[in-house]
Write a new protein. Structure first.
Length: 416
């Protein structure tokens, strides 16, 4: 019977052999789905014992037959098998995962140099044949898996892993040949090239998106290369010190040092203007806001003023300061222009402690008539400054704003 079966299988065609093996696999899968967990564990234990007892020749013959079967399977069957294997790996417990890795590590620790070279060569050839999309999916899955593993590892495990990788890398580089070193450097250059290409693709996509938004007349954030170019030109125009920034104590805004003047408590002119202009005892604000901007503990000249501590430089507590010039404070040019003009009664535009609600200071209906040309221009300017959209049915609001001639607002009287 066995001889007849062997004779029949030796004369069958590839198509008949594939059908027979497919039917046998389906029957075995049906039988294994019906077995109980105890029967499944017993079968695996018997198979493991059989594998342990087999000779090297039997082991080689079994792997050869398995390879022949894998080479003959259809692409759909191979995809299904790999998908099932992946699902099985995802569902395995941490103990089974660790046992599988330990078993694989033990097998590779006893393999010879020739066997290792053959295994790595096959692995390398397999990686060369994979598509770019498959490679991207594989690397993404590996990165996620490694990130999950490293997020739960302890500091000792991390130190051991890094030490092992460092020693392994050093051993490989010491024993590598000239061809292997050239191959390693070539792979490294290719990796850097892929990273740079990805960055260039991102910049190109950002530039295209910005160009499309510019053509549509929409506001948008500038691209990364545009930001770099702006910073580079600012660096050349302002110099290293011009790129530094500091805080204005009046408006609590961050400005370039070229747009800020530093004053000391010896400058009586600016202090008198601040004392006369910035005091508003009748306005009620929250205690937290008053305490945040209260700087009377720094210098007596700041009593009753609301200033930002980030714009004041002092050597310590006021009780330790004998010379008032030890206290310096920054005032931006916009706030300084208002404070040093005694004929102007309004507060600095961005003062941290406004004497009235912010919107009432710029209320067009109260300050101007509807028919006044200044009111129309002022409304257009306010909409442009505060990004308020202007109703324009034909979509030419940006062009309309560009053609507006803004008047000199310093000549317009403001109610005190």
């Amino acid at each position: 019977m066995a001889a007849w079966r062997a004779n029949q299988r030796s004369t069958e065609s590839e198509e008949d052999r594939r059908k027979r093996l497919s039917i046998q696999s389906a029957n075995q899968a049906a039988i294994r789905r019906m077995e109980s967990p105890e029967q499944h564990a017993l079968r695996l234990q018997q198979l493991k014992a059989k594998r342990v007892m087999e000779s090297p020749e039997e082991h080689t013959e079994r792997l050869r037959k398995l390879k022949a079967l894998r080479d003959m399977e259809a692409p759909e069957a191979r995809a299904t098998r790999l998908q099932n294997l992946k699902a099985q790996r995802d569902m395995e417990s941490s103990e089974k995962h660790r046992a599988r890795l330990d078993n694989l590590k033990a097998q590779r620790s006893v393999e010879s140099a020739d066997e290792r070279a053959v295994r790595l060569s096959k692995h390398k050839n397999k990686r060369k044949l994979e598509l770019q999309e498959d490679r991207a999916v594989r690397l993404k899955a590996m990165n996620l898996q490694h990130a999950a593993q490293r997020s739960v590892e302890s500091s000792d495990a991390r130190s051991r892993r890094l030490g092992y990788l460092k020693a392994q890398r050093k051993a490989l580089r010491v024993s590598e040949s000239v061809e292997e070193r050239e191959g390693r450097l070539q792979r490294r250059r290719q990796g850097h090239h892929r990273v740079q290409q990805a960055k260039n693709d991102e910049v190109t996509a950002s530039e295209a998106q910005c160009s499309a938004l510019d053509d549509a007349g929409l506001l948008h954030e500038c691209s990364k290369d545009m930001k770099s170019e702006i910073l580079r030109q600012l660096g050349f125009a302002l110099g290293p010190s011009g790129m530094d920034q500091c805080v204005c104590c009046v408006c609590d805004r961050l400005s370039f040092v070229t747009d800020v003047h530093m004053h000391s408590t010896a400058d009586k002119g600016i202090l008198q203007s601040m004392a006369a202009r910035l005091r508003n005892p009748e306005v009620q604000l929250s205690d937290d806001l008053v305490a945040y901007y209260d700087c009377k503990d720094i210098h007596p000249a700041f009593v009753g003023l609301m200033l930002s501590r980030k714009g004041i430089t002092h050597a310590g507590n006021v009780n330790d300061i004998e010379n008032p010039s030890d206290v310096d404070f920054n005032v931006c040019l916009e706030c300084e222009t208002v404070l040093l003009q005694p004929w102007r009664s309004e507060l600095p535009r961005h003062y941290v402690f406004p004497g009235e609600p912010v919107d009432s200071e710029r209320d067009i209906d109260h300050e101007f008539d509807d028919d006044d040309e200044h009111a129309i221009a002022y409304a257009d300017q306010e909409a442009c400054l505060y990004d308020d959209p202007i109703e324009d049915n034909d979509g030419s609001s940006i062009d309309a704003l560009a053609e507006v001639e803004f008047p000199d607002f310093s000549e317009i009287p403001v109610e005190s």
